[in-house]
Write a protein that binds this ligand. Structure first.
Ligand code: FRU
Length: 441
């Protein structure tokens, strides 16, 4: 397990390919993470569901493969729930039509009491294809107020909502998407939805949607919407053109939250830390694909309105502090800047900075994020800035998690996250911080 870019604090598969997190569920204190997996190659091949478990979201034990391709197709992304009758998985069976087009249907799987053996339901597919090329990534949630299960699913460039009380017979309720948020030529993938409680006690639903291509920073990106869900349809609380992003980096995709029976006020999400632009070309050998750190979602009031902010949950911070491994570090910084000043963060002993934090005015700032081209990785270079409100006390807090080349920067108590993969010459070199005075000072 000693490959140069094998992370210590983040899950990566022992061998083979990994993309989206799937079937995330917490049961009896154990966090189960399933994932898109091809055990036989390090490119995206016939999808299986890999499986890993953890008690602190940092140290993971890889389990035997959970789902294998069947005559219905390979196993694309999906989710997990717990009922009186145990844990159930939902996934998309993916096959091709004689003309070579994608054909996708939703399937139900029953797990045994140990979540170690899996049996396909005889009624599969439980949701047939309604005539869509992109019809995938079922995320099932319990909607207590209407006493039913709700499935969110990719419907081309929108999200479909289905309802069921028995998990086998599903009724289409509504669709959300057209003219809201960001669209591009790609589908709206890997939806999720959780209720969060705002400071004033009101409940706001957060709808998470993957977009590929068309993300904030090119390629794959994760946007979200805030609004209400009444058991039938989702209503956006913001103007349709509002774009909100769970992460502003290049490598945070297909985020999903853990299901917890009885619900949770503090949902935890994990995403795939890569981008379809170059995911198949990253510089690892035995495996390819790593997950993000776990992040707990909460609502915060900002000068721009209500937003989602994220923090690494306490249980994971404890695991990170304990790890103390080479190339693996959490650094806390305070950007105590005058207007016009910049803080420069340089990673991996490189000559040029990866982040430039700037206080643009009393109340606003920006984080410029820079990554250089790498041979063999398409569209890897970037240089763009993320705008953010500057805290009223004048100081912007920053936390940088570095793990063997995977870098997650959080600012303003987790209001802004930037997740980027690097493949540096020396992934174990420490980061350096410098202050730049305004040019005209
Ligand atoms: C997102 C995605 C999903 C699909 C899966 C296939 O990264 O394209 O929409 O189910 O990957 O592996």
């Amino acid at each position: 397990m000693t490959e140069k870019y094998r992370p210590n604090l983040h899950f990566s598969p022992r061998a083979g390919w990994m993309n989206d997190p799937n079937g995330m569920i917490r049961k009896d204190g154990v966090w189960h993470l399933f994932f898109q997996h091809d055990p036989d190659s390090i490119v995206h091949g016939p999808m299986h569901w890999g499986h890993a478990t953890s008690t602190d979201l940092v140290h993971w034990d890889e389990q035997p493969i959970a789902l294998f391709p069947t005559d219905l197709g390979t196993c694309f992304s999906g989710s997990a729930i717990e009922t009186d009758d145990g844990v159930k998985l939902f996934y998309t069976a993916h096959s091709r039509t004689p003309a070579g087009e994608d054909y996708q249907v939703q399937c139900l799987v029953h797990a045994d009491a140990d979540i170690g053996a899996f049996e396909s339901d005889g009624a599969n597919p439980v949701v047939p294809n309604p005539g869509l090329t992109a019809f995938r990534d079922p995320k099932v949630i319990w909607h207590a107020a209407s006493g039913k299960w709700v499935m969110l699913v990719t419907e081309g460039q929108s999200i479909g909502f289905y309802g069921s009380t028995d998990l086998k017979s599903w009724t289409h309720l509504s669709s959300f998407g057209e003219s809201h948020g960001r669209h591009s030529e790609g589908p709206w993938e890997c939806p999720d939805m959780v209720p969060l409680t705002a400071a004033d006690g009101s409940v706001v639903w957060v709808l998470i949607v993957g977009l590929n291509p068309g993300g904030y920073a090119l390629g794959s990106g994760t946007q979200y919407f805030l609004g209400q869900f009444d058991g039938t349809s989702f209503t956006n609380a913001n103007a349709p053109e509002t774009e909100l992003w769970l992460d502003y980096g290049r490598d945070y995709y297909a985020a999903q939250t853990f299901f917890e029976r009885g619900g949770t006020e503090t949902p935890v999400a994990i995403a795939w830390a890569s981008n379809w632009l170059y995911a198949r070309q990253t510089r690892t050998a035995a495996f390819r694909g790593v997950m993000s750190l776990p992040r707990q979602l909460r609502l915060v009031d900002t000068p721009d309105g209500l937003r989602v902010a994220c923090r690494v949950p306490a249980v994971a911070e404890a695991g990170i502090a304990e790890a103390g491994l080479p190339g693996t570090k959490r650094t806390d910084l305070m950007a105590d800047l005058e207007v016009g000043e910049e803080l420069v963060i340089t990673l991996f002993g490189e000559r040029e900075p990866s982040f430039v934090v700037r206080r643009a005015s009393v109340g606003r700032g920006s984080i410029r994020t820079i990554r250089h081209a790498l041979d063999g990785l398409d569209h890897f270079a970037h240089d763009y800035a993320v705008d953010l409100p500057w805290p009223e006390n004048g100081m912007l807090d920053l936390t940088v998690y570095v793990d063997r080349g995977l870098v997650e920067l959080s600012a303003a108590d987790g209001l802004v996250w930037i997740t980027n993969l690097f493949f540096p010459a020396d992934p174990e070199a420490p980061l350096a911080v410098g202050l730049l005075e305004p040019a005209n000072a």
